[in-house]
Design a protein around this ligand. Structure first.
Ligand SMILES: C[C@@](CO)(OP(=O)(O)O)[C@H](O)COP(=O)(O)OP(=O)(O)OC[C@H]1O[C@@H](n2ccc(N)nc2=O)[C@H](O)[C@@H]1O
Ligand SMILES: Nc1ncnc2c1ncn2[C@@H]1O[C@H](COP(=O)(O)OP(=O)(O)O)[C@@H](O)[C@H]1O
Length: 300
């Protein structure tokens, strides 16, 4: 018996960041869009908890109990008073430390897969509660589609999306640490008045209409200056994508993956080719959204 769950990556079409809270986290207005780049997590009964991983970035994924997939299995097993002994295999296609929530995807995927394997009968609310304990982005990986996340980003409201948005993603030569980017955000904002984060009405309307030009005019990422400060070469990648005709270019979440919104799959191919030719990134991928959240792809 084994269960395989497919989980999408995300791009943040708006990431409004408030001042640091006493617990070190930041309040957000985080508008997530799930896109069709996926990790697949397969869980099989085993004598001990074990994690394996394959894919282009597999060597950067921890295989011990700090792996978010392992932490998810342990959290669910503890709640249901059972052993977490399973083999978790991650087929990883989402870039690691790229600002696309790859680790969060694996956490949500392992949770759904173990839940199905063990037949715990946990409610969606319970699974979302465990997700929020695992990380701020993990609940969104479970639900997918598009959603506004407030609080740390874990309190979600699903959003209407009236069409398909086409994207090109440029992967960088190295990763960026999420806590380091938030620290840089704090450093850059020292002595300034940081407003409460609020979702943009124009952006939500653009999503609901499925209008790429309106979305391009409304996207924003308050972490972008911090990501660029730690990784200045990303400015060259953003400029190359804009010059190639992208409707807009932005850093995905805490980066360093850069995201380029385009009108259709043909423009995606042209922008992808130009980005590769610019030699300002390691590799490029095309994907569209919204994509469904964590879904059982095979069981048996
Ligand atoms: C920035 C975002 C945008 O969606 O994603 P990535 O770009 O990293 O994928 C998220 O907020 C990342 O969420 P996630 O990666 O789950 O972060 P967590 O494990 O909860 O927290 C890691 C660290 O990030 C910082 N953090 C995270 C969320 C938040 N609202 N405020 C924070 O200050 C804290 O320093 C925290 O210790
Ligand atoms: N299953 C996992 N896949 C990837 N990274 C993981 C996983 N579990 C833990 N990590 C750790 O989380 C860090 C952040 O990775 P990731 O979630 O891919 O990036 P981001 O937070 O930028 O979206 C990695 O550097 C790695 O040390």
């Amino acid at each position: 018996m084994s269960v395989t769950v497919r989980v999408p990556a995300k791009v943040n079409v708006q990431l409004a960041v408030g001042a640091a809270r006493p617990d070190g986290f930041h309040d957000l207005a985080n508008v997530f869009l799930a896109v069709g780049l996926y990790d697949e997590i397969t869980v099989t009964p085993a004598d001990e908890l074990r994690v394996t991983c394959d894919g282009p970035d597999a060597d950067q994924v921890p295989l011990d109990r700090t792996n978010l997939a392992a932490r998810a299995a342990v959290a669910l097993a503890e709640r249901y008073g059972r052993s977490p002994d399973v083999h978790l295999h991650i087929a990883k296609d989402i870039p690691v430390a790229g600002g696309m929530a790859g680790g969060s995807a694996d956490g949500a995927g392992a949770l759904v897969a173990c839940d199905a394997l063990w037949g715990t009968g946990a409610s969606r609310e319970e699974l979302l509660e465990i997700c929020a304990e695992l990380g701020s982005d993990v609940p969104f990986s479970l639900v997918g589609g598009a959603a506004l996340g407030i609080g740390r980003g874990e309190r979600l409201t699903p959003l209407e999306v009236g069409g398909t948005f086409h994207w090109v993603f440029a992967m960088a030569g190295r990763g960026l640490s999420t806590p380091a980017v938030f620290r840089e955000f704090d450093r850059l904002g020292e002595g300034t008045d940081i407003p409460e984060p609020v979702a943009s009405g124009e952006l939500l309307a653009a999503l609901a209409k499925g209008d790429p030009d309106a979305l391009a005019a409304a996207v924003s990422n308050d972490l972008q200056p911090a990501a660029l400060s730690l990784f200045p070469e990303l400015a060259g990648t953003l400029a190359a994508g804009r010059a190639a005709g992208a409707l807009t270019a932005l850093v995905s979440g805490s980066g360093p993956t850069t995201a380029f919104l385009v009108r259709d799959p043909e423009s995606a191919a042209a922008v992808a080719q130009a980005l590769l030719a610019s030699e300002t990134c390691r590799t490029v991928r095309m994907a569209s959204g919204p994509a469904p959240g964590a879904t059982v792809a095979a069981a048996g």
